[in-house]
Structure formats: C-alpha cells, structure tokens
Design a protein around this ligand. Structure first.
Ligand SMILES: Cc1cc2nc3c(=O)[nH]c(=O)nc-3n(C[C@H](O)[C@H](O)[C@H](O)COP(=O)(O)OP(=O)(O)OC[C@H]3O[C@@H](n4cnc5c(N)ncnc54)[C@H](O)[C@@H]3O)c2cc1C
Length: 373
C-alpha cells in the first residue's frame, strides 16, 4: 500500500492513520537514493512526490519555501527566471526532501556548504502525526533548536520532511573550469595553492585523475582568474568542460551492478585513500573510480566489475582505515556479505536515544541504519 499525500494536512492524516494500525513506513521521494544505507522493512510506502508545489518565493528576500516533494531541478527553473539558484549541484530527479534526508551535496559544497547550510526552515511530521516547525524565513534565524540540521542525513528515520525554506543566491553571470590531469597528491597541493591565493574557486574536485576547479563570477573576472590559475598549474592545464563535471555525477550515481561508497576523511588523507583504493582494486581485480570534494574531505568511490565478494573485500579493507564509509549503491548479493554502515561510531548511543525520542515505535524506515539502529 502507498500513501501519497498532496499537502501537510494529508501527510499528517497518513501518519495518524498508519500509527493507528502500527504500520511500518518506507519514506520515499524520487527514489534516486533508495539504496543508501540498509533496506527498510515496511508495510506501506509514504511517497512524498505529490507534495511538489512552490509555497512562496520573494526574490528580493532571497528565500524560497517549497513542499518537500518538489524536485530540485524544477525549483532551479523557477529561480532561474529571477537569475537566482539554490547553491546545490544538479541532482536530476531528486526531491528537496530527499536531498535533506541524505544530506547530499556535490562539488559546490566547497564554497556554499551542503544543503544543511542552505536550509533555513523546515516543517516536519513525526511518526505520531505531531507537526513540528523549526527555523523560519529569515537567514539569520536563531530561535529554538535547529531540527533542520538534525534531520540532515536522517534518511527518513526520524520524521517526514513536509516543507522546506531555503536561502537562494544570485546566479553567477559566468563560470569557467580549470582541468589538470594529476594524481591525488598533486591535486591536493595545487588545489591548496588555488584556495590560498585570491582566486577563490567555487568548487575544487579531484575526479578520476583530474583536478577540476570552477570559477564563478562576472565574465571578465572569471576569464582573468582562469588565466591566472592556468599559469599556476603549468602546461598540463586546460579549460575544463561540462562533460568533465558530468563525470562526477557518473561516479556518484553509479549504474546497475556497481557498488558506490561514500566516505569522509580529513582532507589531507585524500592521497592515501586514493593510493589504498588503487592497491585494493588491483588486489581484488575490480575497477575503481573515485571523486573527492577535496577540501571538504568527502569522497565517493565506485567499484565496477568482479563478484560481490571482491567488492565486499575492498569495502571491508577500506573500512579498517576509513571507518566512516557508507554503502549507497549495492552490487547484487553484496548485502549478504557486508553491512551498510560498518562498525558503530562512539556516539551510537546518542543516535539511538534521538531515534527513540522521535520514533519510539520504530515505524519510520526501520533497518535503514542497520546495524547501528
Ligand atoms: C555530485 C552529485 C550529483 C548527483 N547527481 C544526481 C543526478 O544527476 N540525478 C539524481 O537523481 N541524483 C543525483 N544525485 C543524488 C541526489 O542528490 C540524491 O539522490 C537525493 O539527495 C535523493 O533524493 P530523492 O528524492 O531521490 O530521495 P529518495 O531516494 O526517494 O530517498 C532518499 C532517502 O531520503 C528519505 N526521504 C526522502 N524524502 C523524504 C522526506 N520528505 N522526509 C524524510 N525522509 C525522506 C528516504 O527515506 C531515503 O532514506 C547526485 C548527488 C551528488 C552528490
């Protein structure tokens, strides 16, 4: 069975009804990240995609309020009419609620932060039907506890996000990319030089053996900064293409049969992670690709080819050194070999206490954080 509410009142009604009969719910947006973490056990799906309306937008305030099932791509189209955007990379098909629940962010995180930094208000519905509001429509909002931040990365396990208020930014008039083929150590060095000079790249990504640095601004300013960056980088540097940025998406999304892993490290460990991955891929005969938002220390690893046991061996070995590694896409049968989240972190008792407080009957996406929750 599927609940498909169209607004806050219908969503609340669905939560009350399902609570009355004790149904376990799988909360869903567009489904593009439905494999992140464990597979939730459920009696019904709560599909948010009919909650897809713009609630309010006043371009001079630089804020916009939307229902959580609205797609980011649709929202960007609306904002583009006023030369504005939400500073999140294009996640074709993904809903705003899904982006919040995954705490997902792409290369623009370097300058603008993740969705956590763009969300300034949120309306939630808890498992028992309680409606909670946090933040508001003003950017400097400090009233109350910031539930919006807590919900980031909760993967549908704490509450259903119903409505979201986001800050928007002016759309840059021009953009250009520096592309430099190099290893991770050279990328870290050169990227470091780019961010400590006055060049101010908006994104610095090391993707599958190429450093990509994007500059946003006025046409003249961008051309000037790109020229200076090319001088710094030397003769191997070229002007990057949109296709090279799409390479980041291809690793993040993966394809049927791939395993995709998201990892966090201190930024300066990127070269050692790249070297470890390279060695493990050769040992277990799988093809590995990696993209890193270099100075956020956020990495996505894609494994392709070979049996599930080989993918499992690579993930298990990586987890020994980099424990914060989450499976976001599963090659068939991998779930019989490894858990989605690895060993519990020291704060796991806190995570469990928060979950108990929000969803005491464990009705929202049970199993998503297995084996931690
Ligand atoms: C660099 C980069 C590029 C990407 N490119 C693309 C792309 O091109 N195309 C693409 O589709 N994706 C892309 N993604 C991934 C995209 O950002 C995620 O898929 C997105 O965050 C998930 O949104 P969804 O609506 O599909 O969520 P779903 O897959 O439906 O759900 C994901 C999780 O969120 C929970 N959830 C969903 N909605 C809610 C809600 N309202 N309240 C509470 N919990 C909820 C679910 O329970 C689930 O745990 C990209 C990511 C990155 C980092």
């Amino acid at each position: 069975m599927t609940y498909r509410p169209a607004d806050l009142a219908e969503l609340r009604e669905a939560m009350v009804q399902s609570a009355a009969v004790g149904q376990l719910l799988a909360v869903s947006g567009a489904g593009t990240a439905s494999q992140w973490g464990g597979r939730p056990e459920h009696d019904a799906v709560l599909d948010t995609t009919a909650m897809s309306e713009l609630i309010s937008y006043n371009p001079t305030d630089m804020t916009v309020a939307v229902q959580a099932g609205m797609r980011l791509s649709r929202l960007q189209e609306v904002l583009a009419e006023h030369r504005q955007w939400v500073a999140l990379d294009p996640a074709r098909g993904a809903t705003i609620g899904g982006i919040v629940a995954t705490a997902d962010a792409g290369p623009s995180r370097h300058q603008y932060g993740g969705s956590r930094d763009s969300v300034i208000g949120m309306t939630l519905v808890l498992a028992d039907g309680t409606v909670a509001r946090s933040g508001g429509h003003v950017i400097k909002n400090v009233a109350g506890y910031d539930l919006g931040k807590l919900l980031h990365g909760s993967l549908g396990t704490l509450a259903v996000v119903a409505e979201v208020v986001l800050r928007v930014h002016p759309r840059p008039a021009a953009t250009a990319t520096l592309a430099v083929p190099c290893d991770a150590a050279a990328a870290f060095d050169l990227g470091g030089q780019l961010i400590t000079t006055a060049l101010e790249p908006a994104a610095v990504e090391w993707c599958d053996g190429t450093l990509l640095a994007r500059f946003d601004g006025t046409a003249r300013g961008v051309a000037d900064r790109l020229a200076r960056a090319r001088e710094l980088a030397g003769p191997a540097a070229t002007e990057g293409t949109p296709e090279q940025w799409r390479g980041v998406d291809r690793i993040v999304l993966g394809e049927q049969g791939d395993t995709v892993l998201r990892l966090g490290t201190a930024p300066d460990r990127t070269p050692s992670l790249a070297a470890d991955l390279h060695r493990l891929a050769a040992t277990y005969a799988v093809e590995a690709a990696m993209t890193s938002t270099l100075f956020a220390g956020v990495h996505t690893v894609r494994l392709r080819g070979g049996p599930a046991a080989a993918h499992a061996a690579v993930v298990t070995a990586l987890r020994q050194t980099y424990p914060a590694s989450t499976v976001c896409r599963w090659t068939p049968d991998l779930e019989h070999e490894i858990t989605p989240w690895g060993d519990p972190p020291p704060a796991v008792s806190l995570l469990r206490a928060v979950k108990r407080r929000f969803d005491p009957d464990d009705r929202l996406c049970p199993g998503r954080f297995a084996p931690w929750l």
